[in-house]
Design a protein around this ligand. Structure first.
Ligand code: DX5
Ligand code: ZN
Length: 215
C-alpha cells in the first residue's frame, strides 16, 4: 500500500491547528514539510520555528524536504524541531556523502531529492546510504504545478536500480500528484505520494487521502 504524505505547503497557514487535525484524523502516513530559502528555489516558505509548533500537534512522521542551499547547516536545528526524515537536494550538495552521514548521525532518516533534469543514475553511488529518494515531478518552488510525465520513466529506472541491488529505499514522488495520475505513478514503482493541492484544496481532505490510500 502506498505511503501518503500530505504537503503542508498547500494548507491554510492561518489555521494550521485545524489543518494538522485533519492530517491526524486521516489515513495519512507522513506529513511532508517543504522548506524553501529563496535561493535554491525562487520562493520562501517556512522553517524550523513553524515545524516546532506543527510537531507538537501532528502525530504522523514528519518528512522534511529542504529546498535550500547548504542544507547540512540546518540539519541539527530541524532535528531539534522534530524532523523524522531529512531530505536534501543533490543539486545543492557538493559533499553529499558527508551531509548524508551527518543527517544519519543526528538520528534522522536521510533522503536525497533530485530535480526533473537530474538523471537517476546520479544517485548510483549514494543509493545504499539513504532511505528515501524524492523524485521531483515538478520544478521545485511552488505547489499546484503540473506533473511532468517523464517522471514515470525515471521511477521505472530507479526502481530497477533499487531492486537489482536489493536495497531498501523508498521512491517518493513530489509535485502534481492527483487522484487521476496517482495509480499510474504507483504502477511505475513509486512507494510514497506527496500531495499538496490535491489534499488541502479538496472539499474533503480526509476522504481524498483515503481515496489515495486505496489505489
Ligand atoms: C514543490 C514541493 C512539493 C509541493 C507539492 O516544490 O516540494 O512538495 O508541496 O505540491 P502539489 O502537490 O500541489 O504539487
Ligand atoms: Zn516537497
Amino acid at each position: 500500500m502506498a505511503i501518503i504524505a500530505p504537503s503542508l505547503l498547500a494548507a491554510n497557514f492561518l489555521n494550521l491547528q485545524a489543518e494538522c487535525d485533519i492530517v491526524n484524523a486521516s489515513e495519512a502516513d507522513w506529513l511532508h514539510f517543504d522548506v524553501m530559502d529563496g535561493q535554491f528555489v525562487p520562493n520562501i516558505s517556512f522553517g524550523p520555528m513553524v515545524l516546532e509548533f506543527v510537531r507538537k500537534v501532528v502525530k504522523k512522521t514528519c518528512d522534511v524536504h529542504l529546498m535550500i542551499e547548504d542544507p547540512a547547516r540546518y540539519a541539527e536545528v530541524f532535528k531539534k524541531a522534530g524532523a523524522d526524515h531529512l531530505t536534501i537536494h543533490i543539486e545543492a550538495c557538493p559533499r553529499l556523502h558527508q551531509d548524508i552521514t551527518y543527517i544519519k548521525s543526528l538520528g534522522m532518516k536521510a533522503g536525497v531529492a533530485v530535480n526533473p533534469h537530474t538523471p537517476v543514475s546520479m544517485l548510483s553511488d549514494i543509493l545504499h546510504e539513504i532511505s528515501i529518494v524524492n523524485l521531483m515531478s515538478v520544478n521545485p518552488g511552488f505547489g499546484g504545478q503540473q506533473f511532468i510525465p517523464y517522471t514515470l520513466e525515471k521511477i521505472r529506472q530507479l526502481k530497477q536500480m533499487i531492486t537489482e541491488r536489493g536495497l531498501d529505499v523508498l521512491i517518493e514522488i513530489d509535485g502534481g500528484v492527483t487522484l487521476e495520475n496517482a495509480k499510474e505513478i504507483l504502477d511505475a514503482g513509486a512507494d510514497v505520494l506527496v500531495a499538496g493541492s490535491t489534499v488541502f484544496k479538496a472539499k474533503d481532505p480526509v476522504a481524498t487521502i483515503a481515496q489515495l490510500k486505496t489505489l
